[in-house]
Design a protein around this ligand. Structure first.
Ligand SMILES: Nc1ncnc2c1ncn2[C@@H]1O[C@H](COP(=O)(O)OP(=O)(O)OP(=O)(O)O)[C@@H](O)[C@H]1O
Length: 638
């Protein structure tokens, strides 16, 4: 394994020739399933939204970037020079080719070295969508947010979340800012459409201002290292880099484990107001010129739009969460940073690792539970350059947990009366009928009580209420419309409260229940269903936690050598690389060359042994440094 820059710089002409040959032989690129023009005019169908979507995007090379990437490294002694002894002009060398847009497939061209000379390994990676360098932001937005109906999902009380992850300078901010502006552009129009639909379902006035059905509030959080701040807070003070100095805000956990940063929540009533707020927050975001990116956002930024349905004030609030994560940095990206930037990079990398673990845990839970309640999207951004292959592998391994396969069909699940996820259609209809029957009996009794009271006032007595004949009770709704053929308890459990309420309103028949009664009953019933699901999930989760084997990181992280007896976590691996600096690659290269001479197995034996030894040295250094620190502290205390 050679240093990415060294290997590709020295052997660029050969690598380009191999790439050309591969390009000539490969089949034509597959496009998207639906042309953009059709996508824009056909609203997404019922099943258009997926639970988890992984999208790749690679940007075009920027002017002069290729030369910079290959020659900016002061340590690169073997960079080709021109006749004047200056670094020779370097043309772009592609590190990624999109071979299919949907399903997304892109091929990463990984440089390597054999005795016979440099090699390129063409590794395929799959996602739901892959956006090549020529695609505009509008198309990316249409095919991610619009095609997956994320705005309607949030307006229906659901949660839509997009996380942009990738190496520094790969195009996350470019993509996410464009998504944010387009959400601001479209959200209120979409709210009017959905609002009108809701008003109509309730027999309300369709001409009424449907936009008033929803209330929108916005927060914008910035996380930089261990500091959280509010991007909507204005401040006059600036630091040495010209970035605003903002006060840290407390981040607390509530009783049920939700993390609650203490942010200003601003109400917005129109596209213009939302756009203004987004612009204000983005202008407050800290950026620094780094070697990889002249305007590198050094922080994670999280825009949350919370949507309250005023027709159903007791229902779940919908959320759109758009997260532009700080760029991941390798040693090569960060070695010219000052101490503060170095600390930021370390904290950023650490938090990205932690987030990855959370995503993995959530994805596994969802797969085990067979129940995923929202749409989440991981938008992975990639540099197009051949020299960035290592970071690319890292980004791909980051996206992997998102792609945790949806729960596989495991054959019929045994029926459990206390777990709606196990109910088939008939059992679900039976349960709904019981629920509405209870309500109808209550209403009937209440109506009889009123009549009886009136009669008593008039000195009369009315006949006692007879038990209803089976099947004769007027439930006020058509259950077959609430639970149409094929629909099960699990399907109902995936609806959000407003969606279920709307379904019940549309299923209303006769006069047994007023609209308000249908609404109230629907909210109670879906609440009961959620409660049953939550209880069943908690019970199952506890069982799983008891029996869960220790997770082995090797199956997800990809290329770093793993040994079951001596696991490296990625954070430590990265710290070790920073500690070794350029020596890291030198030691690896020397071991690689020796291994080739001796004809040993590189990947499973020599690479693993070499990194083991380096990690041991790094750990010893860390222990000694800690001890020194303690000693120095003790001396200072004296
Ligand atoms: N699809 C694209 N088309 C044209 N230019 C792009 C594209 N994507 C990114 N760029 C440009 O590339 C540069 C880096 O992009 P951006 O700042 O979005 O990277 P980033 O991943 O957010 O980096 P960091 O993590 O350092 O903040 C910017 O100059 C941006 O304008």
């Amino acid at each position: 394994m050679a240093s990415s820059a060294t290997l590709t710089t020295t052997h660029l002409p050969t690598l380009r020739a191999i790439l050309d040959e591969w390009n000539q032989k490969r089949p034509a690129t597959k496009g998207f399933l639906v042309p953009l023009a059709e996508l824009q005019h056909s609203p997404p169908g019922e099943d258009a939204s997926k639970d988890v979507i992984v999208a790749f995007r690679t940007r075009p090379p920027l002017p002069d970037e290729a030369a910079d990437k290959f020659h900016a490294d002061a340590d690169a002694t073997d960079a080709p020079l021109d006749a004047d002894g200056q670094p020779a002009a370097v043309d772009f060398c592609a590190g990624i080719t999109v071979t299919s847009a949907e399903p997304g497939v892109f091929v990463a061209h990984v440089p390597g070295m054999k005795w016979s000379g440099p090699t390129l390994t063409h590794k395929s990676y799959e996602a739901d969508l892959a956006f090549g360098p020529d695609l505009e932001n509008e198309e990316v937005y249409q095919r991610t947010v619009v095609a997956n109906d994320m705005l309607s999902l949030a307006l229906s009380g659901g949660v839509g979340c997009i996380l942009a992850y990738g190496q520094t300078g790969s195009g996350k901010t470019y993509t996410m800012e464009s998504v944010e502006h387009r959400v601001a552009r479209d959200l209120f129009d979409q709210a009017r459409v959905v609002g009108k639909h809701l008003l109509l379902a309730q027999g309300g006035d369709p001409a009424a201002e449907a936009g008033d059905v929803f209330e929108f509030s916005v927060t914008f959080l910035e996380l930089l290292g261990k500091h959280a701040s509010d991007l909507l807070e204005s401040t006059e003070e600036v630091d040495a880099q010209g970035n605003p100095v903002r006060t840290d805000i407390p981040v607390r956990e509530d009783k049920v484990g939700n993390v609650r940063p203490n942010l200003i929540s601003s109400t917005v009533r129109s596209s213009e107001e939302l756009e203004e707020l987004i612009n204000k927050a983005l202008s407050h975001r800290r950026t620094t010129a780094t070697r990889r990116n002249a305007t590198s956002s050094r922080s994670h930024a999280m825009l949350t739009i919370t949507i309250k349905n005023t027709l159903l004030p007791y229902a779940d609030e919908g959320q759109l969460i758009l997260v532009d994560l700080a760029g991941s940095e390798r040693y090569e990206d960060s070695k010219h940073h000052d101490k503060q930037r170095m600390d930021e990079s370390r904290d950023n990398n650490k938090s990205l690792m932690n987030l990855k673990e959370c995503v993995r845990a959530k994805a596994r839970m969802a797969a085990e539970d067979g129940f995923i309640p929202s749409t989440r999207m991981c938008l992975s951004a990639f540099s197009p350059h051949s020299s960035d292959w290592y970071s690319r592998t890292n980004t791909l391994s980051y996206a992997a947990p998102f792609k945790t396969a949806p729960p596989k069909p495991r054959g019929p699940v045994p029926y459990d009366a206390h777990d709606p996820r196990t109910w088939d259609h008939d059992k679900t209809v039976e349960w709904l009928t019981t629920q509405f029957t209870k309500r109808a009996i209550k209403s009937r009794q209440a109506a009889w009580n009123v009549k009886s009271k009136h009669a008593a006032l008039a000195g009369k007595k009315i006949k006692p209420l007879a038990d209803p004949e089976p099947g004769q009770l007027d439930l006020g709704v058509d259950i077959s419309k609430i639970c149409p053929p094929g629909s099960t308890g699990k399907n109902l459990g995936m609806l959000y409260t407003p969606q279920f309420v709307q379904r019940c309103l549309e299923a209303q028949v006769g006069n047994a229940l007023t609209q308000d009664e249908v609404k109230g009953t629907a909210v109670d019933i879906i609440g009961n269903l959620f409660y049953l699901i939550l209880t069943a999930k908690t019970k199952k989760r506890n069982e799983i936690m008891k029996s869960r084997r220790k997770l082995v990181t090797a199956d997800v992280y990809g290329d770093a050598p793993r040994r079951l007896d001596r696991e490296y976590n990625d954070e430590e691996f990265l710290e070790a690389q920073i500690y070794y600096g350029t020596d890291w690659q030198k030691i690896i290269m020397a071991a690689h060359n020796k291994c080739k001479q001796e004809g040993k197995d590189w990947w499973n034996v020599v690479y693993a042994e070499t990194t083991d030894a380096m990690m041991a040295k790094f750990r010893a250094h860390k222990t000694a440094a800690e001890a020194q620190k303690v000693e120095a502290q003790a001396a200072e205390d004296e």
